[in-house]
Design a protein around this ligand. Structure first.
Ligand SMILES: Cc1cc2nc3c(=O)[nH]c(=O)nc-3n(C[C@H](O)[C@H](O)[C@H](O)COP(=O)(O)OP(=O)(O)OC[C@H]3O[C@@H](n4cnc5c(N)ncnc54)[C@H](O)[C@@H]3O)c2cc1C
Length: 536
């Protein structure tokens, strides 16, 4: 199979891109230098927007089945140890509770899907299996990207297999999803800029099969997702999706100290095995460019954020989804030159805002941690005052990490050449999501009937929504979109709820559910709207 696109790197971003290209019938080869997915701790929360994306790709159910049990709470604690009463509990709903909240709400403020806790080492094999099922995707592990050359007709990647054999793969486009060290980005000469190496921490992974059941429910913090230990080592315990695996982060000097640190943190004696320990660095970095010529970059190769806020992988998944339909459209001949050019315009502004959101959240965490005093465990009025004060500051500052719904759902592409310009528009808020159909925004989720959202009835091409029993004559726009040979559907929805939330009668949506154009009457220049939408 001759690929049309080569994807370098089978992390969550490269796998998502390969699957979405494959669903769209684009022939694609995915090369990954590792022989197989690794069982190493990294990300563990797919946010609501990522789950909406996975739903549209038909993957949400299998990811939920592989991830954390839907009944387990996602609470976050600040504590001295797991066997002591918490200093602070921030309650967050389990998936089952969040689904019930979403089912009961129809004002557009909620996502179609709640978040899902799934460890990256569980997610990647799920995505790999899904990619391998697609006939137009070749998944090649144990194949390392070495170098590339590009010319007007395509890109040639030189790769090397585990036996040291090299091979040239020719394709029209190449996408580097090859992580923070990105050899593809380096080859393009694109720099990451910002604040590097802000904090060095050790991270360890433990198998402690009894711990979850042994967490004291009354005197201990109780069951949840994150346990921040109020100490001077930034100690942070994370429950992984099986509830039998846990990771601990701490600023200890030596890796061997991570065993004692774990025992101090959990307080209760339970059998455990330390499976891995390593060092990692916190960065806030953004690439100068998101590609060059026929080569694009996505995920950690172009943005590295601190996991506070959980924006890293989630932002990369959204990069992949922005790029895949534009590659498809260009390869199939109906996409104009502005489509691929818009990738950097749209996604780099999100990268920039999310680096800011991550900084904001991590400064919050640093602030409450700086309230630590050595007397925090003392049974004295002074010790109590330290505990009370730290908890009060954390009650404000820790929320900045866990409550990022605006950054997750509210991103809107501003100044994009493929979005109809409607000057102004709502502000980008990290913490708050205000539903809007301003051009460039993600279409808010609204129920049509029980269990069926507007999102669920929209297909993979462009869609013109006709709402509120609109009588507008849209045949001009329909003709103009068909003349561009773009996949296009008109969808009439008579139910009042979507019209009420969306605030207008006509909305033109792109394949990724972002609004291109909206109005109450048909556009006065439908050919121009169609040209903008399709990148001409
Ligand atoms: C402790 C921690 C917690 C985190 N928690 C979260 C969270 O809760 N939510 C969140 O969204 N993000 C989180 N993140 C960030 C998240 O893990 C990353 O953003 C994510 O892994 C990026 O995915 P990626 O596919 O872009 O890159 P990677 O996962 O780094 O994948 C890149 C792939 O490219 C391969 N590769 C590299 N070079 C080559 C080559 N030359 N040839 C072929 N293949 C190559 C690599 O082997 C790798 O498999 C966390 C990160 C850390 C460290």
């Amino acid at each position: 199979m001759t690929p049309e696109v080569v994807v370098v790197g089978a992390g969550p971003v490269g796998l998502t891109l390969a699957i979405d290209l494959g669903r769209r019938g684009v022939r694609c080869t995915l090369v990954e230098k590792k022989p197989a997915p690794e069982f190493l701790p990294k990300m563990e929360r797919c946010n609501a927007r990522t789950m909406e994306i996975f739903r549209r790709m038909g993957l949400a159910d299998r990811i939920r089945a592989a991830g954390l049990d839907r009944r387990v709470p996602m609470d976050v604690y600040v504590a001295l140890a797991m066997n002591e009463p918490p200093l602070l509990r921030l309650p967050y709903p389990s998936v089952a509770e969040a689904e019930a909240q979403i089912a009961a709400c129809n004002d557009g403020s909620m996502p179609r899907e709640p978040y899902q806790l799934i460890s990256q080492y569980t997610l990647e094999p799920q995505l790999k299996a899904a990619a391998e099922q697609l006939p137009s995707v070749a998944v090649r592990f144990g194949v390392e990207f070495m170098s590339l050359t590009q010319d007007v007709g395509g890109v040639t990647a030189t790769v090397r297999d585990a036996e040291g054999r090299t091979e040239a793969i020719r394709a029209q486009y190449l996408v580097g999803c090859d992580g923070g060290a990105s050899p593809v980005r380096r080859q393009l000469g694109i720099q990451l800029r910002g604040e590097g190496n802000l904090l060095r921490l050790h991270q360890a992974l433990y198998h402690a099969p009894d711990l979850f059941d042994r967490i004291p429910m009354e005197n201990g913090p109780g069951r949840g997702r994150h346990y921040h230990i109020a100490d001077d080592r930034a100690t942070f315990l994370i429950m992984q999706d099986s509830t039998k695996h846990w990771t601990l982060h701490a600023t200890v000097d030596q890796p061997e100290e991570m065993a004692a640190q774990f025992e101090r943190t959990i307080g209760v004696p339970v059998p455990y095995e330390m499976l891995y320990v390593g060092e990692w660095k916190q960065n806030l970095l953004l690439a100068d460019g998101y590609g060059a010529g026929r080569v694009f970059l996505a995920g950690d190769s172009i943005h590295l954020v601190i996991p506070t806020g959980g924006l890293g992988m989630n932002m990369g998944v959204a990069d992949a989804i922005d790029l895949s339909w534009k590659l498809q459209a260009t390869l199939r001949g109906w996409g104009g030159p502005n489509l691929l050019a818009s990738y950097e315009v749209e996604r780099r502004q999100v990268g920039d805002r999310n680096v800011g959101a991550s900084r904001y959240a991590s400064l919050g965490r640093r602030k409450w941690r700086s309230q630590y005093r050595p007397n925090i465990r003392d049974a004295t009025p002074e010790g109590q005052a330290t505990r009370d004060h730290l908890a009060a500051v954390a009650n404000v500052e820790q929320r900045k990490t866990n409550e990022m719904i605006g950054a997750e759902l509210g991103y809107r592409y501003v100044g994009s050449p493929i979005i109809w310009d409607e000057p102004g528009g709502p502000e980008h808020l990290f913490r708050e999501y205000v539903p809007t159909t301003w051009p460039g925004a993600r279409l808010p989720h609204v129920w049509l009937r029980e269990g069926c959202s507007v999102h669920d009835v929209i297909g993979d091409g462009f869609t013109l929504l006709r709402l509120g029993r609109s009588r507008a004559d849209t045949t001009g726009l329909e003709r103009a979109m068909h003349a561009r040979h773009a996949p296009f559907t008109v969808m009439t929805i008579d139910e009042p709820a979507p019209r009420d939330v969306y605030g207008c009668d006509l909305i033109l949506l792109r394949p990724d559910l972002h609004v291109v154009w909206r109005g109450n009457a048909a556009p006065s220049d439908p050919a121009q709207v169609a040209a903008v939408a399709t990148g001409h």
